[in-house]
Design a protein around this ligand. Structure first.
Ligand code: SF4
Length: 219
């Protein structure tokens, strides 16, 4: 099975949109996508969605966030968790965008990772979801699924990104995150993956179907 077939099988097995997908499909501005990606760290999509919408209902530009009281920002994004760190980060990022980029989000990986608290995953999310520039944001789902499918054998998300880029044709990079995230949320779950209904169970070296059956028997 080639990569195109793998991605098409995943696509036909999953439903709905992940949060960033939703924003991209609604053509939300790159600033909102950047801020939402920062808010999405270590929380569920549902929390990110609420925090982003609450924040942007009140402050929807770098200027407004840069000038907002930190306690108000904390309150607005509280649901996303780690809200003190995240509030400080989005305020700092907003300031830097104003000072150095006239309030625009640069469509460039090197510039993005120079922003405070913006790492490779966030920078790549902005490229993919805000600008449709080929990139592979590697989050926990992409990292886990790439290993389970035997696509990579790496120790860190950065290495996974590099390895995937070497293996997957560039025209498909843009699809990886949006498909793997939902596949990881709906089928290839971190715990108890649904291998029995997985469209890739015939080619997946990790297929846990037997293991899952044994677990059920023991109960
Ligand atoms: S067979 Fe199981 S482990 Fe492999 S990709 Fe499918 S759900 Fe994930």
């Amino acid at each position: 099975m080639n990569f195109e077939e793998i991605l098409s099988k995943i696509d036909s097995a999953i439903e709905g949109e992940a949060h960033l997908d939703e924003l991209a499909n609604k053509k939300q501005d790159p600033f909102k996508i950047l801020i939402s990606t920062i808010l999405s760290a270590r929380t569920r999509d549902s929390n990110t969605r609420v925090a982003t919408e609450r924040l942007f209902a009140k402050y929807n530009t770098p200027q407004l966030i840069a000038e907002a009281e930190i306690v108000t920002l904390e309150e607005l994004i509280k649901v996303s968790g780690f809200y003190k760190v995240k509030a400080a980060r989005i305020k700092e990022v907003s300031k830097r965008l104003l000072e150095e980029y006239n309030g625009e989000v640069p469509p460039d990986f090197e510039e993005l990772i120079n922003l405070p608290g913006v790492g490779a995953k966030t920078a790549n999310c902005v490229l993919v979801y805000a600008y449709k520039i080929p990139a592979i944001p590697v989050d926990v789902h992409v990292h886990r699924i790439s290993h389970r499918l035997g696509l990579v054998q790496t120790k860190s998300p950065d290495k996974t990104e590099e390895a995937l880029k070497n293996k997957i044709p560039k025209n498909l990079w843009i699809k990886i995150n949006r498909l793997f995230v939902r596949f990881g949320q709906q089928i290839c779950l971190p715990k108890n993956p649904k291998c029995e209904i997985c469209p890739l169970n015939t080619i997946c070296p990790k297929n846990f179907t037997m293991e899952n059956k044994m677990k059920k028997k023991k109960k």
